[in-house]
Design a protein around this ligand. Structure first.
Ligand SMILES: Cc1cc2nc3c(=O)[nH]c(=O)nc-3n(C[C@H](O)[C@H](O)[C@H](O)COP(=O)(O)OP(=O)(O)OC[C@H]3O[C@@H](n4cnc5c(N)ncnc54)[C@H](O)[C@@H]3O)c2cc1C
Length: 229
């Protein structure tokens, strides 16, 4: 099916937020955490890449959050799209979705790995107002803390939600957490080994985080993950 770009905006250097609609459908159904596959002809080559949906379901729209991979095959092309341009799309796909019933939850993301969590959070917080949900979000610079305002607002409106940003290259004046997400994992899970931990980002971080959790005694069913590469 076709997805048509409605609007796009830069949300950090080399990172854009995209709003698409599906003109042939009145409703585009998906479960928060799922992804779509975008297939395009770029420089005479058919390229297919997966992108996590970064918005909760609503009407025939869905949103994506992408970073431009230097010399990448598809992402630089997607950055050239203008409103009303169309791309070939398939989906939704994937099992990186919230487990039922809601449990104490830790979400671990780096970079654009935040996308599925932006989609999942409203449903998770609507369903359960008591069990804690901690979002541990790692980026290099403060300027790449994607959707920071939204997560801070959610933290104010939902006492059981905790937003834990951490920077690996903090500028002067940053008073928050520093270092990689792995350094804050033990504090985020708060000595629990029966909470659900969802991890999303590049494989190096995902694999390291999974190994740490296993070392802490986590059952593998409590570790739910999506690798971008
Ligand atoms: C299930 C799934 C969901 C995904 N969701 C997203 C998403 O929401 N947003 C997003 O930006 N990407 C996402 N990706 C990655 C995406 O599919 C592409 O791999 C990415 O856009 C690079 O494609 P490319 O053709 O431009 O680069 P390629 O020519 O394929 O170059 C690959 C290089 O890009 C690196 N790479 C892949 N993804 C990223 C990334 N996000 N940031 C930095 N380097 C990367 C790889 O490690 C590899 O070195 C997802 C991948 C999967 C499997």
């Amino acid at each position: 099916m076709k997805a048509r770009l409605v609007e796009t905006r830069e949300i950090a250097p080399e990172i854009r937020h995209f709003v698409f609609d599906v003109p042939e459908a009145t409703e585009f159904l998906f479960i928060p955490g799922q992804w779509v596959s975008i297939e395009e002809m770029v420089n005479g080559q058919q390229i297919t890449r997966a992108y996590s949906i970064a918005s909760p379901p609503g009407g025939n729209r869905f949103e994506l959050c992408l970073n431009r991979v230097q010399n990448g095959h598809l992402s630089p092309y997607l950055f050239t799209l203008q409103p009303r341009d169309e791309v070939e799309m398939r989906g939704p796909f994937g099992t990186f979705i919230l487990r039922e019933p809601p449990n104490d939850t830790v979400l671990v993301a780096t970079g654009t790995g935040i996308a599925p969590f932006r989609a999942m959070l409203p449903a998770r917080l609507e369903k359960d107002h008591t069990r804690p949900v901690t979002l541990l979000f790692g980026v290099r610079h403060e300027s790449t803390l994607l959707y920071r305002d939204e997560f801070e607002a959610t933290e104010r409106s939902h006492p059981n939600f905790h937003f834990w940003p951490t920077l690996t290259r903090p500028e002067a004046g940053w008073n928050g957490r520093i270092g990689r997400v792995q350094q804050h994992l033990t504090a985020a899970i708060d000595s629990e080994t029966d909470c659900d931990v969802y991890i999303c980002g590049l494989h190096a971080m995902v694999d390291e985080t999974r190994a740490m959790l296993k070392g802490l005694g986590f059952d593998r069913r409590r570790i739910i993950y999506e690798k971008y590469d």
